[in-house]
Design a protein around this ligand. Structure first.
Ligand code: FAD
Length: 472
């Protein structure tokens, strides 16, 4: 290691690794320091239950990863990352035994909503879909770290997406489209009537039509391993088992880039109360199952979908979100996001068996056990589910926070995705990746564009760092 590094990155999650890669690609010397004994943060894979069952304890489905301008510009496939596409990106089973679907095809998706909403859906997504690549680049670079390439489409997207999702859902007449769309909004744990929640739902839908919601072959660890392998080829180093508690724990460097929560950063870098107004959101209760076979869904469509949303209708989903985010209680009928990588990746479990991934929302810091409520909910749409369970691993907010300091109180978004914090995080600032300390930067999902495995926060933060390094 040189006596003075150009940059040190704290945390080997997708954003920390992307920031390190972006800097190393531009010729800067970089070292990454990670608290855990393995890299990956929220993109990792482990045998959590039984031998041969490879689970993703955190992220599993990657609509944001495959659509990320940062990832798409990196040669990650050369380093072992392979996106696998299920026949359907997502299905949302309903109590009548049918399902609404999010397909790669707009027409198939619209048809699953029924004749009264098919045209409305097509008219909603088509204008954005044909400009998707520019649009995604523009809004993932927000706030204003670069001038928009297509300000007109971005403004139109803002008009549709900045109001609450409840406004957007009023365009639909039947419950099928409303239910599926409410579920999409719930992926970031935002209450349905929150600011910009319409945009959140639209992004997930457009991502499916543009490039799908794949899983990574072998599990999400493949994303992290590809980033780290590329970094090493570029001359960067990664040090695990190294929890950073003070800036003095780190080697001398011209810049320090933190893939951590703002609160931890303030503590480590001595920034006092700089981030004291930053808010954390609800937590999740995560379950990883080893199953004796596929999930016995009543409807056909979920049997071939990578992701399956569970919530009887938009009202039930809204109630579950409100309970966890506003009322401080666990929902009776939790809204669930589930992923079944086995529909497309046979490497994840022994022959004929499956891994199954699910989580529901709970209040921040909640200490209860949601297992029974989750399984009762699954049994409504897949009767006999419990009979297929060979083993399960559960993690509520305390366990999630213990595994990864970024998940404060079990908040897997590292900060509430509500109010202005949806877009302007971790502070209202044109330079969200900078801090009052001229050599210290933040690159975690507490910065725009927010949670998800896409590396764009790391990419945007790296730009701020290299501008500073070139100035000095
Ligand atoms: C249960 C769950 C399900 C999810 N599902 C999905 C999904 O399907 N799709 C998706 O796109 N996203 C999903 N996410 C969200 C996604 O994982 C995160 O948004 C993403 O990982 C954030 O990346 P990051 O690099 O900002 O932080 P993280 O991935 O959290 O990485 C931060 C890293 O920093 C390390 N660190 C923290 N403090 C220190 C310190 N003081 N010293 C050294 N190291 C430190 C941590 O150990 C960690 O490795 C999920 C998350 C969870 C937990």
């Amino acid at each position: 290691m040189p006596s003075m590094l150009d940059a040190v990155v704290v945390g080997a999650g997708p954003n920390g690794l992307t920031a390190a890669v972006e800097l190393a690609r531009r010729g800067f010397s970089v070292a990454v320091f990670e608290a855990r004994d393995t890299i990956g943060g929220g993109a990792r894979t482990e045998e959590l239950t039984l031998p041969g069952f490879r689970h993703d304890p955190c992220s599993a489905a990657h609509p944001l990863g495959i659509n990320s301008p940062a990832f798409r510009a990196l040669p990650l496939e050369r380093y072992g990352l392979e996106w696998l596409h299920p026949q359907l990106p997502m299905a949302h089973p309903l109590l009548d035994g049918t399902a609404a679907v999010l397909s790669r095809s707009v027409a198939e998706t619209a048809a699953s909503f029924g004749p009264r909403d098919a045209g409305t859906y097509r008219r909603l997504v088509q204008p954005f879909l044909c400009r998707w690549d520019t649009l995604v680049r523009d809004f993932m670079s927000l706030p204003l770290t670069a001038l928009p390439r297509d300000p007109v489409t971005l403004a139109r997207f803002g008009l549709a997406g900045l109001p609450p999702s409840t406004w957007l859902m009023r365009r639909f007449r039947d419950e099928r489209a409303k239910t599926l769309f409410a579920g999409l909004v719930a992926h970031v744990m935002a209450p349905l009537d929150g600011f910009a929640t319409g945009g959140i739902g639209l992004v997930f839908a457009l991502a499916a039509h543009a490039r799908g919601w794949p899983v990574a072959r072998g599990g999400s660890q493949a994303v992290s391993d590809a980033l780290a392998a590329y970094l090493k080829d570029l001359g960067g180093t990664v040090h695990t088992d190294y929890e950073v508690k003070r800036l003095d724990d780190l080697p001398p460097a011209r810049a320090y880039v933190f893939d951590t929560s703002p609160t931890a950063l303030a503590r480590i870098a001595g920034l006092g109360r700089y981030y004291e107004r930053y808010r954390y959101g609800p937590g999740v209760f995560k379950l990883d199952y080893a199953l004796d076979g596929p999930v016995p869904w009543t409807a056909q469509e979920p049997r071939v979908a990578g992701t399956v949303q569970i919530g009887a209708d938009s009202a039930e989903i809204g109630t579950a979100l409100r309970a966890a985010s506003r009322e401080g209680r666990a929902p009776d009928h939790p809204f669930l996001i589930t992923v079944q990588p086995g529909v497309v990746d046979p490497t994840r479990a022994p022959d004929g068996k499956q891994v199954f991934w699910a989580y529901g929302h709970v209040p921040n810091g909640w200490r209860g056990d949601l297992t029974d409520a989750v399984e009762r909910q699954l049994e409504r749409f897949a009767p006999g589910f419990r009979d297929r369970v060979l083993a399960r691993a559960t993690a509520g907010p305390p366990e999630l926070a213990a595994r990864n300091a970024n998940y404060v109180g079990g908040d897997i978004a590292t900060g509430a995705v509500s109010g202005l914090q949806v877009l302007l995080r971790p502070k209202v600032s044109l330079f969200p990746y900078n801090t009052p300390h001229p050599a210290v930067f933040i690159c975690s999902s507490a910065t725009p564009p927010g949670p998800g495995v896409h590396g764009m926060s790391g990419h945007n933060a790296a730009k701020a760092v290299w501008r500073r390094l070139r100035q000095t």
